[in-house]
Design a protein around this ligand. Structure first.
Ligand code: NI
Length: 259
């Protein structure tokens, strides 16, 4: 993951994908929390990467791991993005498929003994569906009982106080709500070799409601909503990274320590 990766790090290895099963076993003897980054694969305007919504929670999760030693699971990089389907490259699940996917992911993790599962989200369009999935999962344990106690949390990397202060300072009214300069900057920090340049016209994109894909393309022809992502830079992304890692580490700790 770009410049935050530490080569040759020693055990214990808190990244699930880079651990052996014995290392996961050992981790579970001392703690029961895991971060699952969850994002989307969807257009992000004229200069934003298709993977923005997955790249952002992934780099923040890895930063939280370095700070707190929490295990980070594989990024769930396809989400609910039906409204972006009129732009090339977008891949969506139907809401029901995302719900079923999350049910299986949570059932797998709790079977191994994870008890605090923190979904670190990068896509506003996932929130309603992830919340519905949590309701399905809790309903199942309310009706049938669960063998092990577990708790779920959904948090988005851009919801913390430190991040919001920086985004307001850097971008003000140009932040908008899709293909934002904040998320584009953070993705550029993760992948500085993939910075793109594009003219924005109009400078700040229109705002409006989100419905189906054709309606979206008509209202927001270049994919942006209310934003000017031409302001994005790697240096901004670095500031945003550190702010959001602090925000999310604090939020994760509160979740894990909750009585
Ligand atoms: Ni996004």
């Amino acid at each position: 993951m770009g410049r935050t990766e530490r080569p040759n790090r020693k055990c214990p290895m808190p990244r699930l994908q880079l651990s052996t099963w014995q290392e996961v076993d050992t981790y579970l003897h001392s703690r029961r929390d895991i971060i699952m980054p969850i994002g989307s694969t969807e257009q992000h305007g004229p200069n934003g990467l298709i993977g923005t919504d997955s790249i952002c929670p992934e780099i923040i999760a890895n930063g939280v791991e370095e700070k707190s030693g929490v295990m980070v699971g594989p990024t769930l990089s396809i989400g609910m993005a039906q409204h972006h389907m009129a732009f090339a490259g977008t891949i969506t699940y139907r809401p029901q498929v995302l719900i079923e996917t999350l049910k299986d992911v949570v059932a797998s993790l709790t079977k191994h003994g994870f008890e605090r599962i923190y979904f670190l989200n990068g896509h506003g369009g996932n929130i309603a569906t992830i919340t519905a999935a949590f309701n399905e999962i809790y309903t199942e344990s309310s009706l049938k009982g669960s063998n092990r106690p577990f708790r779920l949390k959904l948090q988005s990397w851009f919801m913390g106080r430190r991040f919001r202060e920086i985004s307001k300072e850097l971008y003000g009214d140009s932040e908008g709500s899709h293909a934002t300069p904040s998320e584009v900057s953070l993705s550029y920090y993760a992948y500085p070799d993939f910075v793109k340049k594009a003219e924005m016209s109009p400078k700040i994109a229109a705002k409006g409601p989100i419905r189906d894909a054709d309606d979206y393309r008509r209202r927001f022809p270049d994919g942006r909503i209310g934003s000017d992502p031409s302001l994005s830079t790697v240096a901004h992304g670095e500031r945003i990274y550190h702010a959001s890692v602090e925000d999310m580490a604090e939020d994760l700790k509160a979740f894990v320590d909750e009585a």
